[in-house]
Write a protein that binds this ligand. Sequence first.
Ligand code: HXC
Ligand code: NAP
Length: 293
Amino acid sequence: MDVKAKMLRDDALKGKTIVVTGGGSGLGKAMTSYFLELGANVVITSRNLEKLQAVKEELEAATGGKVLPVACDVRDYEQVENMVKASYEHFGNVDVLLNNAAGNFISPTERLSANAFDTIIDIVLKGTKNCTLAFGKHWIDQKEREKVVLNIVTTYAWTGSAYVVPSATAKAGVLAMTRSLAVEWAKYGMRFNAIAPGPFPTKGAWDRLLPGDLKEKFDLAKKVPLQRVGDHQELANLAAYLVSDFSAYVNGEVITIDGGEWLKGAGQFNLLDQVPEEMWDMLEAMIRAKKGK
Ligand code: HXC
Ligand code: NAP
């Protein structure tokens, strides 16, 4: 099996303009690269314009697509409004908003300052709200239809997770926003979906979630029933489908792409995976011996 195989046909996103927040690194960059290959124009945003400029040059050379880099801290509504304006001025249209920017780090919650907690909520939840509100208002005011918002959450948006409590709290809010607006703003021709990735190694996430030798100590591939982490192209394939017209009837969904990781943690008897094959004869005999007793 080729996990790097590309799913959609070459012109699947031709004529679309897509804004990817946090598009200059990690998964945002991988999704941007595939959108360009499929014919879209892409606006990439983050706090670091120099980094975005370098990524623009790299991806334009690799794909022949068109990239607009825009510095924008998603925590600041005025900067977000300016980013919306810059995107329209440059490309004349925006069809898709992909809320991908995030902040996160592991910490026991009692060690967090109020500002540390706020910082994550502000980037993830308020940042997604700021971008969604700015584009949503614009689309409604201008009566522009057939718009798509895709939010990147995580599986702990619904399970919760210790040691990343601000992130879990914020992602749960993003998921609630996704499902709420999928209904409320459908009448304006917008649809909202979310992707919940499992482990997809990126420098940004791994440096903050598995610093030092935690990478070796907690091999995340071992937590996944499929025994591997995700490939960036697998996520890009799903994202491209969800922002394309092929998914026009998919609205209000969260699609998990995690090799079964979260369910493995949830199922009460999933730990029986550890029982060796040869022990099952003995266990079965013990259970059968209880019949009628
Ligand atoms: C405790 C910390 C801390 C840490 C920062 N703070 N790091 N507290 N432990 N490790 C505190 C600071 O002391 C400060 O509080 C407050 O948080 C804000 O810190 P700043 O450094 O001023 O914030 P800022 O420059 O805005 O940077 C934001 C950041 C940083 C989130 C802290 O890591 C960042 O820029 N991250 C962006 C990229 C990122 O996080 N990528 C990973 C996404 S992965 P005080 O009180 O001192 O002022 C992801 C994966 C999910 O989401 C699921 C994976 C399976
Ligand atoms: P990443 O490379 O660190 O991506 C985070 C991006 O957000 C960076 O490009 C960063 O750019 C940008 N960003 C951070 N704060 C910002 C702000 N205030 N304003 C604007 N942009 C900001 O990490 P990643 O792994 O690719 O994560 C991408 C998304 O996937 C996130 O939503 C994350 O929660 C989600 N996710 C990842 C995994 C995984 O295994 N990797 C699993 C589940 C979910 P600047 O620093 O330049 O601003």
